[in-house]
Design a protein around this ligand. Sequence first.
Ligand SMILES: NC(=O)c1ccc[n+]([C@@H]2O[C@H](COP(=O)([O-])OP(=O)(O)OC[C@H]3O[C@@H](n4cnc5c(N)ncnc54)[C@H](OP(=O)(O)O)[C@@H]3O)[C@@H](O)[C@H]2O)c1
Length: 177
Amino acid sequence: MSIEALSGKVFLLVTGASRGIGRQIAITFSSMLEEGSRVLLLARNKDALQEVAKNIPSKIKVCTISADLSKSTDTKFEGVGCGQYCSVKAAREMYFKVFALENPDVNVLNYAPGPVDTDMFTMVCEKIIDPKAKKAFNEMREKKTVLTTEQTVNRLVQVLKEHKYNSADHVDYYDKL
Ligand SMILES: NC(=O)c1ccc[n+]([C@@H]2O[C@H](COP(=O)([O-])OP(=O)(O)OC[C@H]3O[C@@H](n4cnc5c(N)ncnc54)[C@H](OP(=O)(O)O)[C@@H]3O)[C@@H](O)[C@H]2O)c1
């Protein structure tokens, strides 16, 4: 079964492509693309982006751009807490819903990757202030229930292949398909 959105000549833009989930999406999705497709990888760390680009098949044209996406507004993201993090995710969910309604030809998937072992997860384990949340995050590590980037991106591929969601639906790693 193929993924409709990755069929034919595709332009794939991956933000946060230098590490973590974005890096894995760039590698896994690119391996499924046809010749003539183009991939654009965005993040701040140019060297890391170029390392990711080396994992993409040579038949695909890859471009890397070092960009600080937080500089597009005046907002400072330093020291973002759970409140702001969750507010941004809620805003993204509503934005996707409105965008999907206004653009019925665009297929939008709001995928929640589950707890994934990345730099972000390490940072949360170390810096989260709420002691209960800190304990819960660290227990996931100790019990080895944190997902790998491969696990969550493979699930994303499965969700896209089966395509049982409506545009802008929120689909979590743990949801039944
Ligand atoms: N890990 C989890 O458990 C988990 C769970 C739920 C949702 N998520 C979500 O999944 C997404 C990816 O998370 P992750 O765990 O893969 O994080 P990560 O390992 O920390 O990677 C974050 C990526 O974003 C890029 N980035 C950060 N700040 C940037 C900026 N100002 N401008 C441009 N690029 C920037 C980083 O690259 P540079 O440093 O090179 O710029 C990196 O490629 C996030 O939206 C996160 O909220 C993660």
